[in-house]
Design a protein around this ligand. Structure first.
Ligand SMILES: C[S@@+](CC[C@H](N)C(=O)[O-])C[C@H]1O[C@@H](n2cnc3c(N)ncnc32)[C@H](O)[C@@H]1O
Length: 238
């Protein structure tokens, strides 16, 4: 379900941002505070490349991976259009096709990890991210602010408007600590054309994610609430 949802979004994902290039540059500059100069980075949920391309443009050596083959292909194309090399492939973060200790930093940004719906699956992903990190390497994960969201249990996101007057909003259907989202894209054609996709999230709190990260063997787990556009968890391998 998740891979198909993002395959369906791969062609228009950039239209969620008023200016995708500006967002890539801003996010990369914020993430650079947590990614040492010269680091070899794996973005294990790269999507169409919002963080991977921005970091590559700042000179990092970046490899991308994503559950959605179409998103990974688009990330490579968009990187090349901007004059940077990005290798990206399709893979599940619970089974990464890389040797132990291959990366200095592993990144999963913009709420990718909470697509995994059980503690076992999140733990499997965190263990796999740790496995491909070198000793002392750094894990960087961003999620929505689910501590606040679990209190408020919102039923929708406010509409936003992207280039070409594409209107985006989500409806959220809660089921205990999970919700199914319906993502609406309204495209202005002769009349409005509506595209709807569905995906599911676990609204995992910072405490729950911290505990799982520690169980996965990660150390020095810390959260930065205002350094990035979402709360950011940074942890060390050993
Ligand atoms: C909200 S998007 C963010 C993508 C990208 N980081 C960005 O900001 O443009 C979440 C991404 O997580 C990926 N994803 C979800 N579950 C995954 C899994 N088990 N393994 C790898 N990627 C996954 C999706 O395919 C999607 O591209």
């Amino acid at each position: 379900m998740t891979g198909a949802f993002y395959d369906g979004l791969a062609g228009t994902y950039d239209l969620m941002f008023p200016d995708w290039d500006a967002s890539m540059a801003r996010q990369a500059s914020q993430l650079a505070e947590f990614v040492p100069a010269g680091a070899r980075v794996l973005d294990c949920a790269c999507g169409i490349g919002t963080q991977a391309i921005g970091l590559a443009m700042r000179g990092y050596e970046v490899v991308g991976a994503d559950l959605s083959p179409k998103a990974a292909v688009r990330a490579v194309v968009e990187a090349s259009a901007r004059g940077v090399a990005l290798r990206a492939l399709s893979s599940d973060m619970r089974a990464l096709p890389f040797a132990d200790g291959s990366f200095d930093v592993v990144l999963a940004a913009d709420n990718a990890l909470p697509h995994l719906l059980t503690s076992d699956d999140v733990l499997a992903a965190l263990r796999e991210m740790r496995r491909v990190l070198r000793p002392g390497g750094r894990l960087v994960i961003s999620t929505r602010d689910y501590d606040a969201i679990r209190r408020d249990r919102p039923l929708s996101t406010p509409p936003s408007v992207g280039p070409g007057r594409v209107v985006w909003f989500q409806l959220w259907h809660w089921d205990n600590d999970q919700y199914e989202l319906e993502m609406f894209q309204l495209h202005e054609a002769d009349s409005w054309r509506v595209v709807v996709g569905k995906a599911r999230y676990w609204a995992i709190t910072r405490h729950e994610l911290t505990e799982l990260a520690e169980r996965a063997g990660l150390r020095h787990v810390e959260w930065s609430l205002h350094a990035y556009c979402q709360p950011l968890m940074v942890a060390t391998n050993g």
